[in-house]
Design a protein around this ligand. Structure first.
Ligand code: PEP
Length: 253
């Protein structure tokens, strides 16, 4: 049975007090209302991580992730935060290769591959994002784009390592646009990703990896998206900033 996961990516939103308040609300609702075995991951800004770690200790289903990490282990890299630093304050996962980081901060499959290695070495679960732009889908090259992202960023990992990765399929055209992929479009790509993992590794690894959908996921569309056989949950941006909405998404399984 694959782990069901709903992860909230807050991006660069909330100040510290607002962040702590939002998490307290989510924790209370999750503890009171969520009966399924879903894992909830919160990815707030770096500044909030330590404070939020203290708050989620009373919520066994809730885990903590960072939104980014350095591709280096330590040293003269001003402004960077390493995976071992994150691990040392109780962070368990890290989002790597989000399309905003690829598009706005020049991240490439090569730098993403280095970050994934760092995360695994530090004992963090990498949540690795992939997905095509609208032009790439329109041009009919979306499968090829995703295959290349997987091959260049992920497929150098060995069997043990790949088994610790969470994948998020996030069509770039659906992120923050209100234009969600249809359940069929999501399932088609999730199946494609799982098949690619099966071909590269084996079917038991492919069957065990959680693949999340991300892109304008809301409480209105989550149920239909999550009911697909290869969709194991969601990576949620905007809707994770409203506690009621986020918890309703978590309850969509
Ligand atoms: C995201 O940024 O990972 C995301 C899925 O954003 P949104 O849900 O706002 O589209």
């Amino acid at each position: 049975m694959r782990q069901k996961i709903v992860a909230g990516n807050w991006k660069m939103n909330t100040d510290y007090d607002q962040g702590l308040w939002l998490v307290s609300e989510v924790v209370n609702m999750v503890n009171d209302e969520v009966l399924s075995d879903v894992k909830v991951i919160i990815a707030p800004p770096f500044t909030h991580l330590f404070g939020i770690k203290q708050l989620i200790k009373s919520a066994p289903k809730v885990r903590l992730a960072a939104q980014n990490c350095s591709s280096e282990a330590s040293g003269a890299f001003t402004g960077e935060i390493s995976c071992s630093m994150l691990k040392s304050i109780g962070v368990e996962a890290v989002i790597i290769g989000h399309s905003e980081r690829r598009q706005l901060f020049g991240e490439t499959n090569f730098s993403i591959k280095k970050k994934i290695k760092q995360a695994l070495q530090a004992g963090l679960s990498p949540i690795v994002c992939c997905g095509e732009t609208w032009d790439e889908r329109n041009g009919g090259i979306h499968f090829q784009i995703i295959q290349t992202q997987l091959e260049e960023a992920l497929f150098a990992l060995n069997r043990d390592e790949i088994g610790k990765v969470i994948i998020a399929y996030e069509p770039v055209w659906a992120i923050g646009t209100g234009q969600t992929a249809t359940p069929d479009q999501a399932q088609e790509i999730h199946r494609f990703i799982r098949n690619a993992i099966q071909e590269k590794y084996n079917s038991s690894i492919a069957d065990s990896i959680s693949i999340l959908y991300g892109g304008s996921c809301t409480s209105k569309n989550a149920k239909e998206l999550f009911s697909n056989p290869d969709v194991d949950g969601g990576l949620v941006g905007g809707a994770s900033l409203k506690s009621r909405e986020f918890v309703d998404i978590i309850k969509s399984f």
